[in-house]
Design a protein around this ligand. Sequence first.
Ligand code: SF4
Length: 260
Amino acid sequence: MIEIRLRQSWINTFLNCPEQARQERYKLVEQKESSDLLRGNAVHAAIEFAGGSPSVVELEDLHQLAEDYVRTYSSEVEVWRHEYDKLLDTVMANLSVWYSELYILGATRAEDPLLPAASVEEPFQKSLGIRGNVNLILTGTADWVAEDGVIWDWKNPSRFYEPWEKKRWDIQSHAYCYALDKTEFKLCVLANGQLQIISINRPKEWRDAFVELCWSMVPTIMSDAETWPQNWSGWHCSPKWCPVWQAGKCRGEHLGENPW
Ligand code: SF4
């Protein structure tokens, strides 16, 4: 039996550009540590602490934890897209709005109540089935699974999302609902101290369709092709975001670091 493991985030990469996904899968390139990642990770670390704590935590403690996180890991950032102080301000503001609007109000919120976490940052792995001699396994980590079964995911982008786009096309909600056998997924978007919540339902039909999406990737993964299809159409195909381009491969080999 051949076991193929699909990490949820890698599925997104594959759908954006199979060739980038191939290079990352075989560790031919690596995503650079960026200030965007640091901003999100610092907020995640503080929320994880709050979710795992048996008693109510103070906002000051979360701010301190996040500030320590940023200070500790800032030396690992290779690509700074924000000034250090501005990044820290955004982390603090995002934690403040999460704390006052979600954590403190919790189950008393009229819309989108946040119940205490049954689990935080818990890794999962679940089979997507066995076909032929292949066992396809989905892996990932859910930010916060609440006591009422709602899956919450914290995002720290620079701007709000379009809800209708996420409801139609978001992959992560499919993956998590499938893996944890749940239906309700909420994207909690924290952007510059503002809060947006996008509620997404993934009933069985949607999860079944997702299983087929994953299996559609298997022939490519199992092929011994030296390259996989390139996809230039989208924001991801640029020296700013693609590690293959940054490594001077693919389009980067021909167009260099400043093509436009
Ligand atoms: S440069 Fe563009 S086409 Fe090439 S791997 Fe990166 S995203 Fe894909």
